[in-house]
Structures are given as structure tokens and as C-alpha cells.
Design a protein around this ligand. Structure first.
Ligand SMILES: Nc1ncnc2c1ncn2[C@@H]1O[C@H](COP(=O)(O)OP(=O)(O)OP(=O)(O)O)[C@@H](O)[C@H]1O
Length: 302
């Protein structure tokens, strides 16, 4: 374990995950720090959801180690990982449709969970406690799903594509809550199709291509750099140099300093989601980065 992994709320070491016995995720090493938003980006099919399913115990780990607060959990069944503090908001926005908002939350409440915190974060739900979840808007249903994860009192919360099918205004509203969750000390892992919005609220980013990490570094290094995001998502066009090989990059993700909380939080710049990879123009905000990039696929490592 590296020194920084010891302080990480969630640390993955050389994680490989299979889908239907096919290897999809390969050798992923990354960390999520408490009080920070860690963003996972990548094109459709890059393996983001498969990675999260592997961490949660819903897809089989082929290789590697998953540490939660320093303790290895990769051999535990999903419910024990959840009890150990791992919250997972899956892509499908599933509520108990005939139960009220409050009943949905109570079903998931764990020791240390607190409905008051959920209602403070989502006054929209406070006003609709007695309404059946099936009668809520898509955005409100997403709040219920996030709320259900929160009343499990997680130290880490992984959120997969919460913006799917929601209006830009609603997505921006939910993104402010993502920042608030981190401010509460939770390690937030955010998978998001709208790269620009995620990079705005995020502290540290990892980009997956073909199941491998091809970038790990500060979000500031990627903000507004659409060309670089495109290259990371899809590889270099024919005839152009590929990204530097990780073997020569001096800062692999596992060696990088922990996420600096609050770098972008609360600064959402009102950028409309523009599809992935997004990247708002002119958004580069300094950041002598420790980012690294690596080639994947043909010619890439392993
Ligand atoms: N249940 C499954 N059985 C077999 N293959 C799967 C299954 N789920 C995903 N895959 C395959 O695994 C690969 C990675 O998919 P995954 O959903 O993890 O990617 P993703 O980066 O989350 O993409 P998206 O943004 O589209 O959700 C894809 O090639 C996909 O077809």
C-alpha cells in the first residue's frame, strides 16, 4: 500500500473486473480521498460502470484489491461492503414507486444515518415527504436515490451517471449537492457523461479507455481542454503521437498527492451539459498538474 493509499477513503490497486467472463477492466489503480470529488470519465463502453460494479461486489474481481478506509473488502459480499461504508448510486434511477419519499428513505436508513441531513440537502424532498415516489419528477426521484444512499451513512459514495435523462438545470442543481457531500467529508466518486460539469465540481479525475486508466490527475488539468479529453477518450488520430507512456510518466495515479478538497466546489460556471467529452471553453484554471497520461489499446501497456 502506498503512503497516500493509507489515507484514502477508497483505494483500488491493480483492479481487473470481468463481465460475463470477459475481462473488461484491467489493472486499475486509483484513490478517492475523504472530502473530495473524484471524477471517472471515459467514452461509452470504456468500463466505468463495470469498475464500479466490481468495487461494490456486483461484478467479479479478476485481480487486485479494494480498500475501504484501509481495510481490504474485495472478498466481502455487496451488503457487507455497504455496511462498511460504501454507498453506490447505480445508473438506473430505481425507487420504490408506491412508497412515499419518507418510506423510501426509512427502508435504507442505517445506524448513523440521518433523514434530517437528506431533507436539509434536498428541501424539495422535505416538502414532498408524504408523496409516492412514482409521482415525483425525474430529478426528485434522483434525489430520493441519492438520499437513500446517504441514510446508509457512507464514508464513500459512488454515483453513476446521475444526470442521465435529466434537464440541464436539474443536473446543475444536483451537482451543487455533490459538492456539499464532499464538504461533509464523504469521498464522492462521480461517473458522469457530462465531462465539463463533472470537472467543474471535481477535484481529481481519472479517464478510462478500453478498461484502463489513461489519465489520473487534477481536474484542473482537463477543464476546458476538449482536444485533450477527446484524445484521452479515443486515442490519438492516425499519424499523431500517442499520449506519453505511463512507464515514463513520473507521477502515476497511485503516487499522486491526495485530492485537494474544495478546489472547484461551489464554482459551477453554468455550463450547459454538452455531451461527453464536454469541456467548457476557456475553463483552464491554472493547476501545475501532476496528471499523467498513458496509452491504451494497441501499443499501450499490457
Ligand atoms: N452485463 C454485461 N454482460 C456482458 N458485457 C457487458 C455487460 N455490461 C457491460 N458489458 C460490456 O462491458 C463493456 C464496458 O461497459 P460499461 O457499461 O462498464 O462501460 P461504461 O464506461 O460504463 O459505458 P456507459 O457510459 O455506456 O455506461 C462494454 O463493452 C459492454 O458492452
Amino acid at each position: 500500500m502506498t503512503a497516500s493509499a493509507a489515507g484514502a477513503a477508497l483505494a483500488l490497486e491493480d483492479v481487473g473486473v470481468d463481465r460475463a467472463e470477459v475481462p473488461v477492466v484491467h489493472g486499475v489503480t486509483l484513490e478517492a480521498a475523504p472530502g473530495a470529488v473524484t471524477v471517472i470519465l471515459g467514452a461509452n463502453g470504456a468500463g466505468k460502470t463495470t469498475l464500479m460494479d466490481g468495487v461494490a461486489g456486483l461484478a467479479p474481481l479478476r485481480t487486485g484489491r479494494v480498500r475501504l478506509g484501509g481495510a481490504a473488502v474485495e472478498k466481502l459480499p455487496p451488503y457487507r461492503r455497504a455496511r462498511a461504508g460504501l454507498g453506490y448510486v447505480e445508473q438506473a434511477r430505481t425507487t420504490f414507486r408506491t412508497l412515499t419519499v419518507e418510506q423510501n428513505l426509512l427502508v435504507a436508513e442505517a445506524d448513523g444515518g440521518d433523514l434530517g441531513t437528506v431533507y436539509r440537502l434536498f428541501p424539495e424532498l422535505d416538502r414532498r415527504r408524504g408523496v409516492q415516489a412514482g409521482h415525483l419528477s425525474g430529478g426528485e426521484q434522483q434525489m430520493v436515490v441519492l438520499g437513500r444512499a446517504l441514510v446508509g451513512a457512507p464514508s464513500v459514495i459512488m454515483i453513476d451517471e446521475m444526470s442521465l435523462g435529466l434537464a440541464p438545470l436539474v443536473v446543475r442543481r444536483l451537482m451543487t449537492t455533490v459538492g456539499e457531500l464532499a464538504s461533509m467529508g464523504i469521498a464522492v466518486v462521480l461517473i458522469e457523461q457530462f465531462a465539463n460539469l463533472a470537472l467543474d465540481v471535481g477535484d481529481r479525475a481519472y479517464v478510462l479507455r478500453k478498461g484502463r486508466v489513461v489519465f489520473g490527475g487534477p481536474c484542473a488539468d482537463l477543464r476546458g481542454d476538449e482536444a485533450r479529453l477527446h484524445r484521452l477518450y479515443f486515442g490519438a488520430p492516425p499519424g499523431q503521437d500517442a499520449e506519453p507512456d505511463p512507464a515514463t510518466a513520473h507521477n502515476a495515479p497511485g503516487n499522486a498527492p491526495g485530492n485537494a478538497p474544495g478546489s472547484a466546489r461551489g464554482n459551477a460556471r453554468g455550463v450547459a451539459p454538452g455531451g461527453a467529452p464536454g469541456g467548457a471553453p476557456g475553463g483552464a484554471r491554472g493547476g501545475a498538474g501532476d496528471g499523467m497520461e498513458r496509452a491504451a489499446g494497441e501499443g499501450g501497456p499490457r
